[in-house]
Design a protein around this ligand. Structure first.
Ligand code: FES
Ligand code: FES
Length: 162
């Protein structure tokens, strides 16, 4: 039986209280109730990763998670990635390498790359391909996306060495 519940979600460092149906996905709530539309609805069945968000440091498919299960966890969406208006190095590198085409898959790609670089500061081409294996891009511009992730890894390392 579907019920309603009041939950608190911590998204991009901000607390949101929302009344949600117990069968409502995290993706629906992020887009339709919090109006954070950077997280995309692609397939709705866990196949494309357009709906990727970072939850307690790990990427999850928000179309496959109930909003009630995310209550009390820290959620990062693409809107929360910049640092006071300064783009994250992965975002900058996507722009510099022309890795944003129609852009529909881009938020999910960027967040997947952010998680990869948190765990592996110097990924190989194979590591990147492996990390992105679930992220579908209909424009098939994977080479530029891989180049952008390589470039952002280098820039993050250079920044740390300063
Ligand atoms: S919309 Fe979630 S995996 Fe496609
Ligand atoms: S940039 Fe178009 S689907 Fe990826």
């Amino acid at each position: 039986m579907t019920m309603e519940k009041v939950i608190t979600l911590n998204v991009n460092g901000k607390e949101y209280t929302a009344t949600v149906r117990t069968n409502e996905t995290l993706l629906q709530v992020i887009r339709e109730k919090l109006h954070l539309t950077g997280t995309k609805y692609g397939c709705g069945i866990g196949e494309c990763s357009a709906c990727t968000v970072i939850l307690d440091g790990r990427t999850v498919l928000s179309c496959q998670m109930l909003a009630v299960s995310a209550a009390g966890k820290k959620i990062l969406t693409i809107e929360g990635l910049d640092d006071g208006g300064k783009l994250h190095p992965v975002q900058e590198a996507f722009i510099d390498e022309g890795a944003v085409q129609c852009g529909f898959c881009t938020p999910g790609m960027v967040l997947t790359a952010v998680e990869l670089l948190q765990n592996n500061s110097s990924p190989s081409s194979r590591d990147i391909k492996e990390a992105l294996r679930g992220n579908m891009c209909r424009c098939t511009g994977y080479t530029n996306i891989e180049n952008a992730i390589m470039l952002s890894a280098q820039r993050i390392m250079q920044e740390k060495d300063k």
